[in-house]
Design a protein around this ligand. Structure first.
Ligand code: GCW
Length: 730
C-alpha cells in the first residue's frame, strides 16, 4: 500500500510538472540544447505559410554528390521541421516558389542574372529572390558545391531569423582560407582543458560505431563555414601516426568530408624515434626526412584530401628541432617538404617559452620566431595565440602580429574556457575575439590583426588561418553549458568574416538558439555582451594575468610562489609587494613593450598613457598612486577592489536578468543556465574575496570605505584543494 502511495505521488508529481514543462515554449518540453543553433522549431502560422510558399520545390544540380546531398538534406530537414512538410525534389523550375541550387555549370542562365559570381570565389554563395523561366524563385547560387552547402545553411539561417523570403539578396564569401577547430582530445578520450565530457571521437569503436553525432558535429561546423578540424591534442603521442589510428582518422574524414571539413592531425616531432625505429628525429638527418615523406605518402593513400600536421614543438616539454640544435624553420620546413607533394599544410605553433630562458615569458615567442621571418616554406603557417602569454581573460594582442610580414601567420583562439571559468561561468567570448581582431598593430597603415590574419594586409594569396581550441565533448549540449555553444558559434562566424561584430553575432545566436520572442534577444545579448568583462573584473582586473590555481587553473591562487619554474607561479605575473603591483614591461623592466610598433611602445611604455585595462600588464605601480587613466581619482588599491566588486555585481545582475527570462525560455535550459549562474556568483565572490584578502595581506592598506570584507581568511582560501577540478586530461 505504502509503495502504491509513493508511486501515485510520483506520478502525480510528474503530471503536475508536465504542463509546466510544456509551458516555456509551446510544444517544446525538455529541450536540452542538443540541436545547437540548428534548432528548426515549428514556425507560427504566417511564417510557416511564407516559408512553404518559397520552398515548394527543391531544384538542384542533379549529379550524384555527397556534398550536394548534405546541402539538400539540410534544407529538407529544416523546411520539414519549421514548415511542416519538406519541399518536393524537382529536376526543373516548373512553378513559382522553387528553391534552386545552382552553379554556373548546372545553370548557364546564372551568368545573365547579374550575380557577383567572381567575388564569391570557391566557397562563397549568393541568395537571391528572382524570376527565372517565368517563375518567381529563390536562388542559392555559388561557383562550387561547397558554396552551395554554405548557401543552403545561410538560407536556413535567414528563415530562422525571420528574413523576408520574397526579397532575399545576400552574398558572402569567407575572408580566411582555413577556419579550423583544434581538438585537444587525447587518445584515451580525455580532453585537455575540456569541460564538456569526453572526446566525441569514439576511438575504440572507430572505424565503426554510431555516426549520428559526427554528422551533427559536421552540420554545425558547416553551418558556420568551419572547414577543418585537428582531431587530437597538440600534446600528442606518436601512436596517432601509426596505421591502426590512421584507419580511424580516415573513417572520420569520410564522415566529415560531405560537410566540407578537412581533417588534420597533431604530429609528435619525435615520432621517427618512437614509432619509426630511428635513432634520431633530427630534421636535417636524411633518414628522418625520408621517414616523414613515407609517412605522408601513407597518410595520403588513406586520406587523399588530408589537411596536414599541427605541431607543438619545443614547448612545455614537447620534443622539437631544438633538441638537435636546429631551428623552428628547420623542423617546420622538413615536414613541409614531406607534405608539399600532396599539397598538405604544416601548422607550426609559436607558443614557446623555455625553462632555460630567464627572459620575460611574454617576449620569448617573438625572440625565437622573428629571426625566421621569410624563411618558412610556403606551406607552413605559424600559428600564434591571440596574446603573448596564454589565453588570459585579457591580454594585449600578440606582438608577432605585424612583425613577420613575410611569414604566413595564423591566429589561435581558445574557445574552451580554460581561464574564464570553465563551462560553469557564462562568458561570451565574442568581445574578446573582436578586441583582438580589431586591434591595430600600427606595424603598417591599416594593419589590424584581422587584416594581417585574413591576408588583406599582404594580398598575395598566401594560406590564411584562424584556429580555435574546441569546447566540444560528449555532453548532451555539446559544450558543457548552453551559453558555451555561443563561443563555438562566434568563433566560426568571425573566422568566416573577422569584421563581423560580436554583438550582431550574439543577437543572431540568441535568436536561433532561444527564439526571437520580443525582448528575449535584447535581454540575452545584453547578458552576453557584458559577461567577458565581468570575468576579467572578478578574476584578473586592470591587466593582471594568470592568478589561477596550479595546473588545473580552477579558482584563485595569486599567492602561489613555490613552483619550480618562475613563470609557473602567479607571483611572477602580478609582482605585488608592500609598495605596489604589476609587471614592468617597459624600458626599466623587461622591455617587452619594445616588441610592439613604436606607436604602442610609446603609449604602453608610459603608465600615464596606458589604458586601465592593461595597466598592470605593462607597469608596476604604487598602491597609492592615482593614475590619470582611471579618471575617477581612485588609488590603484581602491580601483583594484572596485573592479573586483564590479565583477561580482555584474554577475548578480546577469542572474537577475536571466531569472526574469524564465517565462520566455523552455524550463530545462532555463534551469540549467540558472544553476550555473548560481555557481558563477559563488565563484566570482570567492575570486574577489581571495584576491582582495591576499593583496591586502601584502599592502596592509585598509579596505576602501563601504567595501565588504572578504568572507573568509586568507589562510582558509589558501588551504582549499580541488581534486574534482575538470579539464586536466591525459
Ligand atoms: O594554455 C596552456 C594549457 C595547456 C596547453 C598549452 C598549449 C595543450 O594550460 O593545457 O596544452 O597551453 O597551448 O600548448
Amino acid at each position: 500500500m505504502e509503495t502504491r502511495q509513493k508511486w501515485f505521488k510520483a506520478v502525480l508529481g510528474l503530471a503536475l510538472a508536465l504542463p509546466l514543462l510544456a509551458s516555456g515554449q509551446p510544444g517544446q518540453p525538455g529541450e536540452d540544447g542538443y540541436d545547437l543553433w540548428l534548432r528548426y522549431r515549428a514556425l507560427p502560422a504566417a511564417a510557416r505559410a511564407e516559408l512553404l510558399a518559397h520552398s515548394r520545390s527543391l531544384v538542384g544540380p542533379t549529379q550524384d554528390s555527397p556534398m550536394l546531398e548534405a546541402a539538400a538534406g539540410e534544407i529538407e530537414r529544416g523546411v520539414a521541421q519549421m514548415g511542416g512538410r519538406a519541399p518536393a525534389r524537382a529536376q526543373a523550375i516548373s512553378s513559382d516558389g522553387a528553391l534552386v541550387l545552382a552553379t554556373p555549370a548546372s545553370l548557364p542562365a546564372l551568368a545573365s542574372l547579374g550575380l557577383p559570381l567572381a567575388a564569391l570565389g570557391p566557397e562563397g554563395y549568393a541568395l537571391r529572390s528572382t524570376r527565372l523561366d517565368g517563375h518567381a524563385i529563390t536562388l542559392i547560387a555559388a561557383n562550387t558545391e561547397r558554396g552551395l552547402l554554405y548557401g543552403s545553411f545561410a538560407w536556413l539561417r535567414a528563415v530562422q531569423l525571420g528574413a523576408d523570403l520574397a526579397h532575399l539578396d545576400e552574398q558572402s564569401a569567407p575572408k580566411v582560407r582555413w577556419r579550423m577547430l583544434d581538438h585537444w582530445d587525447n587518445l584515451d578520450r580525455t580532453v585537455e582543458r575540456g569541460y564538456a565530457g569526453l572526446s566525441i571521437w569514439d576511438w575504440a569503436a572507430l572505424p565503426g560505431g554510431p555516426r549520428e553525432r559526427y554528422v551533427d558535429y559536421a552540420r554545425a561546423n558547416a553551418s558556420l563555414g568551419i572547414n577543418a578540424a585537428v582531431l587530437n591534442n597538440v600534446n600528442t603521442r606518436a601512436e596517432m601516426l601509426t596505421a591502426p589510428w590512421l584507419f580511424k582518422v580516415a573513417a572520420l574524414a569520410d564522415v566529415l568530408r560531405p560537410y566540407g571539413i578537412r581533417v588534420f592531425v597533431s604530429a609528435r616531432f619525435s615520432a621517427p624515434l618512437e614509432i619509426g625505429g630511428l635513432p634520431t628525429a633530427d630534421p636535417l638527418d636524411p633518414r628522418v626526412r625520408a621517414w616523414w615523406r613515407a609517412k605522408a605518402d601513407e597518410i595520403y593513400r588513406l586520406i587523399p584530401d588530408f589537411g596536414g600536421f599541427l605541431v607543438k614543438a619545443n614547448s612545455e616539454g614537447e620534443p622539437g628541432p631544438r633538441d638537435y640544435g636546429r631551428s623552428h624553420m628547420d623542423g617546420a620546413n622538413m615536414l613541409a617538404d614531406a607534405l608539399a607533394p600532396h599539397r598538405g599544410l604544416v601548422i607550426w605553433r609559436a607558443f614557446v617559452y623555455s625553462e632555460k630562458d630567464a627572459d620575460d615569458r611574454a617576449k620569448q615567442a617573438y625572440t625565437e620566431f622573428v629571426p625566421g621571418d621569410g624563411k618558412f616554406a610556403a606551406n607552413v603557417v605559424v600559428q600564434v595565440k591571440n596574446g603573448p602569454i596564454d589565453f588570459q581573460p585579457r591580454e594585449p594582442f600578440h606582438p608577432l602580429f605585424g612583425a613577420m610580414p613575410h611569414t604566413n601567420l595564423g591566429l589561435e583562439f581558445e574557445i574552451t574556457k580554460e581561464y574564464l571559468g570553465f563551462s560553469t561561468h557564462l562568458a561570451y567570448l565574442g568581445p574578446l575575439f573582436e578586441e583582438v581582431l580589431r586591434a591595430d598593430t600600427h606595424q603598417a597603415p591599416g594593419a589590424t590583426v584581422a587584416r594581417i590574419v585574413d591576408g588583406a594586409q599582404y594580398g598575395d594569396g598566401r594560406p590564411t588561418l584562424i584556429a580555435g581550441v574546441a569546447n566540444i565533448g560528449t555532453d548532451r549540449n555539446w559544450c558543457g553549458s548552453q551559453f558555451d555553444q555561443a563561443n563555438w558559434y562566434v568563433f566560426g562566424r568571425l573566422a568566416w568574416d573577422p569584421e563581423l561584430s560580436a554583438e550582431a553575432v550574439a543577437r543572431e545566436w540568441a535568436a536561433r538558439t532561444f527564439g526571437h520572442a520580443p525582448g528575449v534577444v535584447d535581454a540575452i545579448a545584453q547578458i552576453m555582451m557584458g559577461s567577458r568583462e565581468a570575468v576579467v573584473d572578478y578574476m584578473t582586473p586592470l591587466g593582471l594575468a594568470h592568478l589561477m590555481g596550479t595546473s588545473h587553473h580552477y579558482g584563485p591562487a595569486p599567492w602561489v610562489a613555490e613552483l619550480a619554474r618562475p613563470e609557473w607561479n602567479p607571483v611572477y605575473y602580478h609582482r605585488a609587494d608592500a609598495d605596489g603591483i604589476g609587471f614592468d614591461r617597459g624600458a626599466s623592466g623587461s622591455g617587452a613593450v619594445a616588441q610592439y610598433a613604436p606607436y604602442w611602445a610609446r603609449r604602453w611604455g608610459d603608465a600615464a598613457t596606458t589604458p586601465p585595462e592593461l595597466l598592470l600588464w605593462f607597469h608596476h605601480v604604487g598602491w597609492d598612486e592615482r593614475p590619470a587613466a582611471f579618471g575617477d581619482g581612485r588609488t590603484v588599491w581602491e580601483e583594484l577592489v572596485h573592479r573586483y566588486d564590479a565583477g561580482v555585481a555584474a554577475v548578480v545582475a546577469m542572474r537577475r536578468a536571466w531569472d526574469a527570462l524564465a517565462p520566455a525560455i523552455d524550463p530545462r535550459r532555463h534551469a540549467e543556465v540558472a544553476s550555473f549562474l548560481a555557481v558563477q556568483e559563488r565563484e566570482a565572490r570567492w575570486w574577489r574575496d581571495a584576491c582582495v584578502a591576499y593583496f591586502q595581506s601584502l599592502n596592509h592598506r585598509a579596505l576602501p570605505a563601504g567595501v565588504v570584507a572578504p568572507a573568509a581568511t586568507l589562510e582558509q582560501y589558501r588551504a582549499m584543494k580541488f581534486s574534482f577540478a575538470a579539464g586536466r586530461g591525459g
